[in-house]
Design a protein around this ligand. Structure first.
Ligand SMILES: [Zn+2]
Length: 136
């Protein structure tokens, strides 16, 4: 079906269950080794945890991470497309914010991302292409 000749993606809504979360984070038992992370061409230079201002310093590396989940406006989960580890981004970061106060970026194993998502008390989770948005 088309709408003015354009295909309109249909957002899909899922309950926030272990199965859904596993689809996002992958196997909760899997882990990314320290060696894999430090050798990673995408995120190897990003420290395990970086605070205010640090996210601006790593903006270029961060821009190569894929935004995976928006938990809410100031908490998002990013995923490294190469080594597969996750990053929780709190607050706002990125060059588009125009010299804001920056945010906090914390590296997470897939298992930690899994637990973080599962403990959210959201009503549901909505899929839009490769991104997931929690519905409160
Ligand atoms: Zn990586």
């Amino acid at each position: 079906m088309t709408n003015n000749g354009k295909t309109v993606p249909i957002p899909k809504v899922y309950p926030l269950t272990r199965e859904t979360v596993q689809e996002i984070t992958g196997d909760p038992c899997s882990s990314v080794s320290r060696a894999a992370i430090s050798n990673c061409l995408v995120c190897g230079s990003i420290p395990e945890s970086t605070g205010m201002g640090g996210t601006a310093r790593h903006a270029e590396s961060m821009s190569r991470l894929a935004e995976k989940v928006e938990i809410h406006a100031s908490l998002r989960l990013l995923k490294c497309p190469l080594c597969g580890c996750f990053y929780a981004l709190k607050g706002h970061a990125g060059p588009e914010e125009g010299g804001g106060e920056g945010g906090t970026l914390i590296r997470m194993q897939p298992s930690e991302a899994f637990e973080l998502l599962l403990k959210q008390k959201a009503k549901a989770i909505r899929r839009e292409g490769d991104r997931w948005l929690l519905a409160w």
